[in-house]
Design a protein around this ligand. Sequence first.
Ligand SMILES: [Zn+2]
Length: 51
Amino acid sequence: MRFSTGQAAGKGNYRCILCSEIITLKDDSEVLPVCPRCENTKWIKTDSNPE
Ligand SMILES: [Zn+2]
């Protein structure tokens, strides 16, 4: 399931579809950022934890 920057996708970890950067949303009201590494705006939810 894909999510976009600006969406409040819910708590959890999200992986950038381009560079595999993982970010964490800690609150259900938090929105997905632009990828800090590659400026991509598409994310998929993942169970992996950020390193
Ligand atoms: Zn990225």
